[in-house]
Design a protein around this ligand. Structure first.
Ligand SMILES: [Fe+2]
Ligand SMILES: [Fe+2]
Length: 417
């Protein structure tokens, strides 16, 4: 039952009514966004958040030792951040070579993020080895782009640095490495530059700096101007990668569109609706950190599996908190599985403790989840999905938001063509 007695004040019924101090997206450069957001791919790779950024830190130090130009350093930076982003992709888009492995999928992620072909090709080649024993092509020596060898060397160092009983021990063992030990992997030129770079003190103090992502991003050139469009574009790309990771193409765009329409009906100002759209795209980036056997399980989840699944809003929120201009979006995303009756997760917030934007996102998210096939059930029809949401109004969902569903869906469908 919906709460029929509840009426919104007139001002809230006016779709063009603007609140004071509404949330607004902040202009940003791609590097400032992609560096912290790359932690979502680290989750997919079962690495700790910041792994890609740390690879970039070492790789840039090696690039500097080798005297690389700005354009080449930019390639090294982005290829490092995205070196294993392809691991997140479960369902390869049709345009990706199915024999290219996760490196090819990583190239697609870079393309989707608007990064140029040199960066895509560097990611593709970042698991090749100087001696020809790498993958996926088995190319050797000078055939491999220099930037790819640098990323490979940096990745090797970071795997050791991140996987120790103690960071000091890891540092000591890395300092003992002789260039000839890694030359078969990356060639002697990059091997020497890598051992040189590992002997620098700033390398080690910087490695565990909380601001490392921002610091590295600030040094990247060729990114163009900061803009709000960048934020929307990059959120859309990450939404597509998330969809590919949970095998549900188009989902994040549908959720974002419906959430923006619901927000319009609820009288939320346009600038804030754009922020809600970005949140809709990023809602489930935390699911990249949930093991596939859970997201793809053909039956209902066990309690333990459910418990793991409940971590995904928090994981996303931690990544978004570290992304400039995403404070509110991070809060909304972390609350998208809360319920007005306090039985949601992760914080068991109640009623108005849940931000309105999060209540809107929850309805949009649930509607499209119901409309999709799941391993253990078929998709519900529109009428069935609406009935389920209406039955859950007040307890599970914000009743006022559910009330807006019918008209919003029409508008979202119209906006989508
Ligand atoms: Fe990695
Ligand atoms: Fe979710």
């Amino acid at each position: 039952m919906t709460n029929a007695a509840f009426m919104l004040p007139d001002s809230l019924m006016d779709p063009d009514f603007a609140f004071d101090g509404a949330v607004e997206l902040q202009a940003a450069r791609p590097a400032a966004l992609i560096a912290p957001l790359s932690s979502a791919f680290d989750l997919a790779e079962s690495q700790s958040p910041g792994h890609g950024v740390r690879v970039a830190h070492v790789a840039l130090a090696v690039a500097e030792t080798l005297g690389l130009k700005n354009a080449d350093r930019r390639t090294v930076f982005y290829a490092s951040l995205l070196h294993d982003s392809g691991v997140a992709v479960a369902e390869l888009p049709p345009e990706v070579d199915p024999n290219g492995g996760h490196a090819a999928a990583g190239g697609w992620v870079a393309a989707r993020l608007g990064l140029d072909e040199r960066i895509q090709n560097t990611i593709l080649a970042s698991h090749e080895r100087w001696d020809g024993a790498g993958r996926p092509q088995g190319t050797a020596g000078g055939e491999i782009p220099l930037e790819a060898l640098i990323v490979n060397a940096a990745h090797w160092a970071i795997e050791i640095a991140e996987n120790p009983e103690s960071p000091l021990k890891a540092r000591a063992s890395l300092l003992r490495v002789h260039p000839r030990d890694i030359a078969p992997m990356v060639g002697s030129e990059v091997a020497e530059a890598t051992t040189d770079a590992l002997h620098g003190d700033s390398m080690w103090t910087g490695l565990w700096d909380n601001d490392l992502a921002a610091l590295l991003a600030g040094g990247v050139s060729g990114d163009g101007r900061a803009s709000v469009k960048n934020v929307e574009r990059i959120a859309a790309a990450l939404g597509d990668v998330t969809d590919a990771s949970v095998r549900e193409a188009g989902r994040s765009a549908r959720v974002a569109d419906l959430a923006m329409q619901l927000a319009r009906r609820m009288g939320i100002a346009k600038s804030e609706r754009r922020a809600i759209g970005v949140a809709g795209r990023l809602l489930d980036i935390g699911q990249m950190g949930i093991p596939r056997f859970i997201t793809e399980k053909p039956s209902i989840l066990s309690l333990e599996e459910m418990e793991l699944m409940r971590h995904h809003p928090g994981m996303a929120a931690r990544i978004l908190e570290a992304t400039p201009g995403m404070d509110e979006i991070s809060m909304w995303v972390s609350a998208h599985h809360e319920r007005p009756d306090g039985r949601g997760y992760p914080e068991m917030l109640q009623g108005y403790e849940i931000p309105l934007a999060a209540r809107i996102l929850a309805v949009a998210d649930s509607y499209w989840a119901l409309r999709a096939d799941r391993p253990h059930r078929e998709a519900f029809s529109h009428a069935e999905a609406r009935e389920i949401l209406e039955a859950g109004a007040d307890e599970h969902y914000d009743a006022d938001v559910v009330m807006m569903l019918e008209t919003s869906l029409g508008a979202a469908a119209e906006a989508a063509g």
